[in-house]
Design a protein around this ligand. Structure first.
Ligand SMILES: [Zn+2]
Length: 275
């Protein structure tokens, strides 16, 4: 964290000190963003420093919120490969269609990025009990990283969540609850439990660090494309943290001068029916 200056509300701009546990903005209940001293990073973290670092998301440590690397909770979040999808691309008449295969991450999805960071920061702050509502693979990621950290994970899922997702959480040692309701009802229970059961809410966009984890997707993409991104990025959106995280990454890389400004890709938010 030597490079973190403060946290800032993405909506109203209210500032908060780093090094303390935060949820949402206390003024307007919107998410907080971690802000960095990018001028200092520019001076002390030249791009060439990346050369030779392990191929995991922690290679961008200077642009991540963790203060003491000893607090990192990791299951080895590897740099995920980019695959040419030639036949699928040809079907759509595209010159080039690439897929970033996030299934290579621990627990099989990009949720690992956010949860690795959220659980790392929870560890840094000495939190011991985490909770989240989920209807899918975020629960598995939370359960796995909490187990890695020796923390309790409480996962609240709508009762129609696929059994495999429920079992994944359970087998990782989480306390799993099937809720007779929708994901919003699970979220409400998690908020209510904050006081009653004293857990920390790591719901999407309810704490500041999952977004910093997802940001590494943008940092990685930029590095993999040698700092010149593709024209379009299509992203399966879910809660939206990944889209916001990538955009934040591109902004920071522009300020560092690692990416040219004015050349950001067009971002397409894709969502499945019924999500
Ligand atoms: Zn605010």
């Amino acid at each position: 964290m030597p490079f973190v200056t403060h946290l800032e509300c993405a909506n109203c701009g209210q500032e908060y000190p780093a090094g303390e546990v935060h949820g949402l903005c206390t003024a307007c209940s919107r998410p907080l963003w971690v802000r960095y001293d990018l001028d200092l990073i520019k001076r002390e973290f030249p791009k060439k420093t990346l050369f030779g670092r392990p191929p995991t998301l922690w290679r961008y440590l200077e642009l991540l919120p963790v203060e003491d690397p000893a607090n990192i909770i990791s299951l080895t979040e590897t740099i995920t490969p980019i695959l040419q999808a030639k036949r699928l691309g040809a079907e759509f008449g595209l010159e080039s269609l690439l897929i970033k295969d996030e299934s290579r991450l621990p627990t099989g999805s990009f949720k690992a990025r956010g949860m690795a960071m959220a659980v790392t920061m929870a560890n840094e702050f000495g939190l011991k009990r985490l909770a989240a509502p989920t209807a899918g693979n975020a629960g598995g990621a939370l359960a796995a990283y909490a187990a890695r950290a020796g923390m309790e994970a409480w996962v609240l899922m709508p009762e129609d969540t696929p059994v495999i997702n429920q079992k994944e959480c359970f087998l990782h040692g989480a306390k799993v609850f099937a809720v007779n309701g929708l994901i919003d009802d699970c979220g409400k229970l998690v908020r209510e439990g904050m006081k009653k059961i004293d857990w920390f809410d790591v719901s999407t966009l309810k704490e500041p660090y999952r977004i910093e984890g997802k940001k590494t997707m943008g940092l990685e993409l930029a590095e993999q494309f040698e700092w010149e991104l593709p024209d379009w990025i299509l992203y399966p959106t879910g809660g939206g943290t990944g889209l916001i995280g990538m955009w934040k990454a591109f902004g920071e890389l522009e300020e560092l001068g690692w990416m040219k400004s004015g050349q950001r890709p067009k971002m397409v938010s894709c969502q499945s029916d019924g999500c």
